[in-house]
Design a protein around this ligand. Structure first.
Ligand code: WAQ
Ligand code: MG
Length: 242
């Protein structure tokens, strides 16, 4: 009897005018007996995506030790219905203010720096300094999944994947919030998430058809804590109970 799990990661991209354009990515943490099914589903997702056809698909499988996995309950979820993207943005501003984060307007203005990045911006909320070692790529939160996901669909579930990511990110002691807008042209719902306010869905943060999206992880702490935070985001294995 083995107690190990597997981490499975997929990313798909396309060469366009000499540069790599990201199309889709996903990851799972699964029991050995679901490994093949999950690889199939991720491959399926990579080849059928609204951002177009991939010419490079990478599926990486790694064994992880059960002892290295931590489990957390998902952040509580609330929803905020807005009529326009402008109203959604105002709501984000309010949430930043309620979280005791100064410079809300400036922070929202920096969202456009994240368009096209694979990872998120890690932003010091007090100095407004970017803390990612590679600013073209950003920092990626990885090694997380829904605990006991019996889920056998090839469709991306934006909400569930985002809730898992947001729960992991918000759980770090130096993260004071996260802002997210999808880069999928047909997905306009985004969110703000934090330990204190939970996961707040905002039904419209951009116009339908717009490919611009990104994430900012809002950080407060010193340099050493920033290193620890990046290591946690990139390495800590987490299963989230939804
Ligand atoms: N770590 C850090 N940043 C990431 C990651 C990651 N693992 N995955 C994506 N990003 C960044 C990257 O810049 C993407 O362009 C951007 O976030 C958006 O990613 O409740 O679909 O996967 O219904 O397009 C929100 C769901 C869905 C709201 C968000 O994000 C809801 C979504 P996407
Ligand atoms: Mg996307």
């Amino acid at each position: 009897m083995s107690t190990g799990l597997y981490s499975v990661k997929m990313r798909a991209s396309r060469q366009e005018g000499g540069r790599e354009v990201h199309i889709s990515g996903a990851e799972k943490i699964v029991e050995p007996d679901r490994l093949k099914t999950i690889c199939d589903q991720l491959l399926e997702r990579a080849v059928r995506h609204s951002k177009g056809e991939a010419d490079f698909i990478n599926i990486k499988v790694e064994r992880v030790a059960a002892a290295d996995v931590i489990r957390r309950d998902a952040l509580p979820v609330t929803a905020c219905e807005v009529a326009t993207a402008e109203e959604g943005r105002q709501k984000l501003g309010e949430l930043l203010e309620r979280s005791g984060i100064p410079n809300g307007e400036e922070i929202l203005g920096r969202m456009k720096e994240t368009w096209g990045m694979r990872g998120a911006m890690l932003l010091d909320v007090d100095t407004l300094e970017r803390l990612e070692p590679d600013q073209g790529r950003g920092v990626r939160a990885t090694y997380m999944d829904v605990a006991d996901s019996g889920d056998d669909r090839s469709q991306k579930d934006h909400f569930k994947e985002a809730l898992v990511l947001a729960t992991k990110v918000a759980s770090h002691k130096n993260i004071v919030g996260e802002i997210c807008i999808s880069d999928d042209p047909d997905y306009v719902t985004g969110y703000f998430a934090s330990k204190e306010l939970g996961y707040v869905r905002i039904t419209k943060l951009k116009e339908m058809g717009c490919p611009d999206g990104g994430r900012i992880f809002l950080f407060r702490g010193d340099e050493k804590e920033a290193e620890d935070c990046i290591r946690y985001l990139e390495r800590q294995i987490m299963l989230v109970r939804i």
